[in-house]
Design a protein around this ligand. Structure first.
Ligand code: BES
Ligand code: ZN
Length: 615
């Protein structure tokens, strides 16, 4: 380095340090109820995974070798669930281990005997037919119907069912993996990925940034890659890959917008894999490779805020991670806020506010649904002895968003953005608790600017505080007026809805009055063909209204059944089953569920089993 540039660097560094009185919110591994691991005693730091995916037996088998940070311990505890452990080694030599009692939520602790100076452990294992993270799909369940498919879902506590691991979000590991799959298929992971199939079906992966275990991910199928930009692209089955590339053509712009807001994208590559329709989520932010539902492909980019959302997790979630699942709102609330800011940067305030208002209505419904359990409407939760899934609802997402938006409007965007940018930088590659965030917020934003804000009420109290930001959309107000005039006049004037966006349609449909009649609905359906909509969000809210209001025209019942059998996205299907249940139509729901259940991933079927009392 030349002398003057060294001097320059020192000056920059001095300024940077001066600017940064902020200490990272470092975790010392806080107590947590969803993992058996005791990382303060011995923690994993790196994983070498060597596995084979066998599509005949539907099992993954192989070994997981960990480098460990050993605090002079004589045992290390991993999480496991429905795994068959065949052998364990410490520093390459066989060692003894015990599997503790099975818990339906947590699985079993795998307690491995080690020496105080042991540096590495290896676990030989295979998955079983109960493994919850994996969904093995027959060719029939894929888009192209020619090859089988496999994908994993780790969040929240399912990684332990396909890899024995310390399955706590506070853990961070780098990893290398070797994965053997049938030659006709390609394997991809939350890591540096191949762009073509190999001749021998063996793939090697490297994830050099440390990630939390819930972000370990693998997908195997007959997939192809198409680039969107030098650092973004799509994987999908051959029949889907061009559609995916076109739908997500704004991905590079999204990454640029995100970087402009809150700092560099730290993961090098941002790709999306479009999975078969049984994928239980809209999207999952696996680092470097977001997993996405095909229902996001509407043909007109109208649902791509989902991509902005998963991209935003590259900061909120993957870079700065919730310390425990009680702090889940730190992942999702920040991500919804960031998602909507990205959408605003690309498409303007109108679009952003419509997305925000759809979430606002979700929040209203969620709070109403929890009217007998108000403590579930707090941002900071206590999920001890509960499945983390119980906290994964609109409260974390949309109340979290509303809190941050209200804060932004109170302190002003400029200060808020500077604060968030520093928050991500200061806490990069570490975890944050809700309490740690509150401290950080007080110290770095509220106190220096002498701003009063009811942070504690927002975070630790149920319901929605009175100072909430008021979000308005002229387009939505117009949609409501239009609906009202159609209903008043008993005729539909299609010229009034020219150029409406998907968001306006969703708002229009969701806000039917209680008193709407089947004749009204038929008139709307005749004019707008909602029953046949190819937009999954519009179809979903329309189907919900059909169930709510006993509407049966245009073969809508058949369409609902087909949708529920084909699509496994939990948010969509649970909305529909919930509507059946609300209207005392559990028998109807069960009749469909009986045919659909085999197509669902365990996270969806577990939710619906409970909702419908299926066993
Ligand atoms: N990380 C979530 C999905 C998730 C949450 C998986 C909890 C397991 C447990 C993902 O980022 C997400 O929020 N997906 C949403 C997208 C939407 C908010 C745009 C989904 O799947 O609908
Ligand atoms: Zn999310």
């Amino acid at each position: 380095m030349k002398k003057h540039s060294l001097l320059f660097s020192l000056i920059v560094l001095a300024f940077a340090c001066h600017d940064e009185k902020k200490e990272p919110i470092t975790p010392k591994y806080v107590e947590e109820s969803h993992s058996y691991a005791r990382p303060n005693t011995a923690a994993i730091t790196h994983l070498d995974l060597d596995i084979e995916a066998n599509f005949d037996t539907k099992t993954i088998s192989g070994s997981a070798t960990y480098a460990i940070d050993n605090n002079v311990a004589t045992s290390i505890v991993l999480d496991s669930k429905f795994l068959n452990i065949t052998k364990v080694q410490a520093d390459g030599k066989d060692t003894t281990f015990t599997l503790g009692d099975f818990d339906a939520q947590l699985g079993r602790p795998l307690i491995i005997d080690i020496a105080p100076n042991t540096n590495s452990i290896t676990v030989f294992y295979n998955t079983t037919d109960q493994t919850e993270a994996l969904q093995w799909l027959s060719p029939q369940q894929t888009a192209d119907k020619t090859h089988p498919f496999l994908f994993t879902q780790g969040q929240a506590i399912l990684t332990r069912s396909w890899i024995p691991i310390q399955d706590s979000p506070q853990i961070r590991i780098t990893y290398n993996a070797t994965v053997k799959v049938p030659k006709a298929l390609m394997a991809v992971m939350s890591a540096e990925n191949p762009k073509e199939k190999t001749a021998d079906g063996i793939y090697t992966f490297k994830m050099k940034q440390p990630i939390s275990p819930y972000l370990m991910a693998l997908a195997v199928g007959d997939i192809q890659y198409k680039a969107v930009s030098h650092r973004t692209g799509v994987y999908a089955e051959p029949s889907m890959v061009d559609k995916a590339q076109a739908e997500f053509s704004d991905m590079e712009k999204m990454v640029v917008a995100a970087e402009n807001l809150y700092g560099d994208y730290d993961w090098d590559q941002f790709d999306v894999i479009v999975l078969p329709p049984s994928f239980p989520f809209g999207g999952m932010e696996n680092p470097r490779l977001t997993f996405a539902t095909p229902t996001v492909i509407a043909g007109d980019k109208s649902l791509t805020s989902l991509i902005a959302h998963e991209l935003a997790h590259s900061w909120s979630g993957n870079l700065v991670t919730n310390a425990t699942w009680n702090d889940f709102w730190l992942n999702e609330g920040f991500t919804v806020y960031f998602e909507i800011r990205i959408m605003e940067a690309l498409y303007g305030k109108d679009r952003a506010n419509m997305i925000a208002l759809i979430g606002r209505q979700d929040l209203e419904e969620e709070v109403e649904g929890f009217k007998n359990e108000p403590e579930m409407t707090k941002l900071k939760l206590d999920l001890t002895n509960k499945n983390p899934d119980d906290g994964m609802n609109s409260i974390a997402y949309d109340k979290g968003y509303l809190f941050l938006r209200t804060l932004e409007e109170t302190v002003g965007r400029e200060k808020f953005d500077a604060f968030l940018k520093n928050y991500f930088k200061t806490n990069a590659f570490s975890t944050v608790t809700t309490e740690g965030f509150v401290d950080y917020l007080n110290t770095n934003l509220l106190e220096p600017n002498a701003i009063e804000f009811n942070v504690d009420e927002w975070i630790y109290q149920p319901g929605i505080p009175d100072n909430q930001a008021v979000i308005v959309s002229d387009k939505f107000e117009n949609a409501r007026r239009t609906l009202q005039s159609f209903l008043d006049q008993k005729t539909v004037d299609v010229s009034k809805t020219q150029n409406w966006t998907t968001q306006e349609w969703v708002h229009f449909i969701r806000n039917f009055p209680e008193s709407i009649t089947v004749e009204d609905m038929k008139r709307l359906d005749d004019a707008f063909h909602f029953t046949n909509s190819s937009n999954s969000h519009i179809a979903m809210v329309w189907f919900e209204q059909a169930i709510n209001h006993d509407y049966h025209d245009h073969h809508v019942d058949q369409k609902i059944e087909d949708f529920l059998i084909r699509v496994g996205r939990r948010w969509y299907v649970s909305t529909l089953y919930k509507a059946f249940k609300r209207h005392d139509k559990v028998d109807e729901a069960l009749e469909i569920y009986h045919k659909a259940r085999g197509n669902y991933h365990s996270v969806t079927s577990n939710t619906i089993d409970e909702m419908l009392g299926y066993n």
